[in-house]
Design a protein around this ligand. Sequence first.
Ligand SMILES: Cc1cc2nc3c(=O)[nH]c(=O)nc-3n(C[C@H](O)[C@H](O)[C@H](O)COP(=O)(O)OP(=O)(O)OC[C@H]3O[C@@H](n4cnc5c(N)ncnc54)[C@H](O)[C@@H]3O)c2cc1C
Length: 303
Amino acid sequence: MVYDVIIIGAGPAGLAAGIYGKRAGLDILILDTSSISGGQILNTYEIDNYPGFPGASGQEVADAMRQHCDKLGVEFARGKVTSIIDNGSTKELVTKKQSYSAKAVIIATGASNKQLGCPGEDELSGMGVSYCATCDGAFFKEKQVAVVGGGDVALEDAIYLSRFCTKVYLIHRRDEFRGAKILQDQVKATDNIEIIYDTVVDSINGAASVESISIRNNKTDVATQLAVDGIFIAVGTTPNTAFLSELLETDANGYILADETCKASVAGFFAAGDVRTKQLRQVLTATADGANAITSIQKYLQK
Ligand SMILES: Cc1cc2nc3c(=O)[nH]c(=O)nc-3n(C[C@H](O)[C@H](O)[C@H](O)COP(=O)(O)OP(=O)(O)OC[C@H]3O[C@@H](n4cnc5c(N)ncnc54)[C@H](O)[C@@H]3O)c2cc1C
């Protein structure tokens, strides 16, 4: 069977595309490595910024999206796509067990946060360890937090958190930031941000939630502890695109080049959600992409 559309990834972008695609009368298959739909939000304790779901857990939002797909009859299969063969008007998606064919493909495989890899990071994830200040910052009002990283995201996170946290430590392993000069100037001008250069995090400590972090100056080797309630790790993200090889054009960080139309560089391929180049990676923007990708595919299939 040749599907009209195969969507790779059952996160918010893929599920939204499933809903819009099915309602547009397209034959749709969603493939995911996991049998549980939801993607990254399954690891999110609370999503407080997706309209209509105040205070809901990631699992609840994911379940609601999956049920919506099921109600419309969207087909799902489990499988990790390992490669794609572009035969022009049809595309062959290869998984370990079998291959699938489609006229159009939406890549909605998301992105993974890079980790520090220190003790306590996994154990306290969601309990003070966060990779998303936009998502979790509001839970740290009037608290002391640390931000780790030296790029634009780390600088922006520090500025954002400084607006409602009493103190923000910005920890960077080098002696200068990579991020934009304008952001650096803003960080340096903010009273409650303290910059700690040349420093790495050795461990994140706490029983039920983050209580402190152990840091070490990598030039002097002097180790200290900082009392913080949260730590925001902004050391980069990696898009899940390894299976594409060099099929589609990406930016320097591996994100698929696509605008709001979600059209990728090769005809019949569309990128939706965190995996594409964009300003803000959130559930809301991922679901919007799912809808836009289907609109673009309808035009593509009409041709
Ligand atoms: C800890 C945390 C907290 C967050 N909190 C919030 C929040 O409060 N509010 C908010 O709006 N956003 C939040 N986000 C961001 C939000 O989760 C993402 O922006 C959103 O999930 C992106 O959706 P997506 O569909 O693009 O990708 P993802 O959610 O990453 O889904 C991608 C899916 O693709 C699948 N996949 C990957 N590779 C393959 C492959 N080769 N073959 C088959 N399947 C594959 C994965 O299994 C996954 O299910 C948070 C993120 C994290 C990590």
